[in-house]
Design a protein around this ligand. Sequence first.
Ligand SMILES: O=C(O)c1ccccc1N[C@@H]1O[C@H](COP(=O)(O)O)[C@@H](O)[C@H]1O
Length: 222
Amino acid sequence: MELGVKICGITKPEQGRAIASLGATALGFICVPNTPRYVSPQQIRAIVEQLPDETPCDRVGVFLNASVEDICQTVENANLNCVQLHGSESTRFCDDLRVAFPDVKLIKALRIRSIADLNQASIYEPWVDALLLDAYHPDQAGGTGRTIDWAMLKQFRPHCPWFLAGGLNPHNVLDALNLVSPDGIDLSSGVETAPGDKNLRQVAQLFQTLKDSKHENTTICD
Ligand SMILES: O=C(O)c1ccccc1N[C@@H]1O[C@H](COP(=O)(O)O)[C@@H](O)[C@H]1O
C-alpha cells in the first residue's frame, strides 16, 4: 500500500502551496492557542485558499481538548475537512463530533510511552477514521521532535488506518519504516527551520527519500 504524508504546523501560504505541490497528502494546522505553531481560523483559510487545485490534500485542524462548538466553528471558518484530536478527548466526544460533522474525517492522536498506552488504540478504532501515534512528552502536547520507540510498534495492527508521528525527519524516516508499517507518516519539527517555519529543502528531501525507497504517497482515511 502507498504511504500518506502529512506535514503539520503549516503557518505560511507560500509554504503550504509548495508542500502540497511537492506531494503531501495532508497539511496540518495547529489550532491550539498559546503554542508556537498556532494559526487562527482566518490564517488557515487564507492558506487553504491558496492551495493548488491540481494536487488536492486533506486540510487537518489539530485540537487539544477543545469543545465541540469551538472545533465546529473553526472547521467552518477555516474550511477544514479533517480534525486531529491531540488531547484526552473521549470516545463519546469523538461521537459527538461525528454527529455534528458527519463529513469531516476524524483522527485520534495517542501519545505513546509504553506498550500499555497502545491498548487505548482499540478503544478509539470504531469512532474515528484514523489513529495517530505520537511520542509522549511530560510538558508538551506535540511538535516535540521526540520519537516513539519504534520497535514497540512492530506488532501494532489496528483495524483502521494509522499515522506514525513523533520526531520523524528525512534522515530517520526510512529507519522507522523498516520497523513499522503505518498507512501514513506525520512530520512537523523534523522539516522546520524554526517552529512553524517549514524548511522546503528538507521537505523536498523527504519526498525524494521516500520516492527512492518506493514509499509513494496517497490519501488515507477515505
Ligand atoms: O506542533 C505543535 O506545536 C503541536 C501542538 C499541540 C498539539 C500537537 C502539535 N503537533 C503534533 O505533534 C506531532 C509530531 O510532531 P513532531 O514531528 O515530533 O515535531 C504531529 O502530529 C503534530 O500534529
